[in-house]
Design a binder for this molecule. Structure first.
Ligand SMILES: C[S@@+](CC[C@H](N)C(=O)[O-])C[C@H]1O[C@@H](n2cnc3c(N)ncnc32)[C@H](O)[C@@H]1O
Length: 278
């Protein structure tokens, strides 16, 4: 396994948080596949990053449920391709297989090969199109085109745990490129407020959490305060936009909502105005 550092290493951290939900009495989702990728080292790294800050863990669980729900809805609406950008250890291509649906996953070569080996060792041969590459510097559309993606088919894009590592031009290039090239499109992603990125929430626990990601070589650069403006700049509309605070209240009504983190961490789904929507 590669070192648990840099942006690549964050995939193991969030996979640990995601896996914890399997032990809950009333889980938000079940992910029986993700434990294949985890061990004592990934557990230790995840514990170190979330030390004293449960919202860091809980936010990942809430977002997993959001993307799962929206994926189910999009598949129900007839999506034929699912693209998972910066897929890391995402297991939806195994968990959410559907007849006539092709999954495309993009991440760096080390992550892709690690994941394929672990799945093969477990006897899991999911028909996922794994694409090694950097969807910013290699060009997302070029990577898709070279790997059998059909630009005319209805497509759902999951972009989870990524926007914070990029910058506005890169995020806009991804969104605009997809909008211009894919016939029927919806894309969901998570995002932080600018205050989180700028260490300006006034909440020491939140700032310490952000700092621990920076210290592992995975600093967050990009926050979004006006999702409608970003969508407009990309020629898209906001189909859905929700703070993790609202998901928390919905799914865990009896748990105390005890951190500003959840007001600063959101999920959204964008689509062309004439595209598929929920
Ligand atoms: C925080 S992890 C999230 C992984 C997964 N999406 C999830 O939520 O469990 C970020 C992942 O995005 C990948 N990534 C970030 N920027 C990328 C880029 N420009 N091209 C390809 N992969 C990228 C990293 O290698 C890493 O696996």
């Amino acid at each position: 396994m590669t070192e648990i550092q840099d942006v690549t290493g964050t995939a193991f951290i969030v996979a640990e948080y995601r896996a914890e939900e399997n032990a809950e009495a009333h889980p938000l989702y079940l992910d029986p596949i993700v434990p294949l990728f985890l061990n004592e080292r990934t557990r230790a790294a995840a514990d170190r990053i979330a030390a004293g800050f449960p919202p860091g863990r809980e936010g990942v669980k809430l977002r997993t449920r959001y993307f799962d729900d929206h994926l189910d809805a999009q598949l129900g609406n007839g999506s034929r391709q699912v693209v998972i950008l910066g897929a890391g250890l995402d297991t939806r291509g195994v968990r959410k297989q559907a007849p006539g649906v092709t999954y495309f996953e993009i991440d760096d070569a080390d992550t892709i090969s690690f994941k394929r080996e672990r799945l093969a060792e477990a006897g899991i041969h999911a028909p996922i199109v794994s694409i090694s590459g950097n969807y910013v510097t290699d060009g997302l559309l070029r990577l898709l085109d070279a790997n059998g993606f059909d630009f005319d088919l209805s497509t759902y894009v999951i972009w989870e745990g990524n926007t914070m590592y990029l910058n506005r031009p890169a995020v806009l290039e991804v969104l605009t490129g997809l909008r211009e090239s894919v016939g029927e499109l919806a894309i969901s992603f998570d995002y932080l407020t600018e205050a989180v990125i700028d260490y300006a929430t006034g909440d020491d626990q939140t700032s310490a959490f952000v700092r621990r990601f920076a210290e592992m070589g995975a600093p967050w650069h990009f926050g979004i305060d006006d999702i409608a403006a970003l969508a407009r700049d990309a020629g898209l509309i906001v189909v859905d936009n929700i703070k993790t605070a609202d998901l928390y209240r919905t799914f865990w009504p009896s748990r105390p909502l005890d951190s500003i983190w959840y007001d600063n961490y959101s999920l959204c789904t964008l689509a062309p105005s004439e595209g598929i929507s929920l």
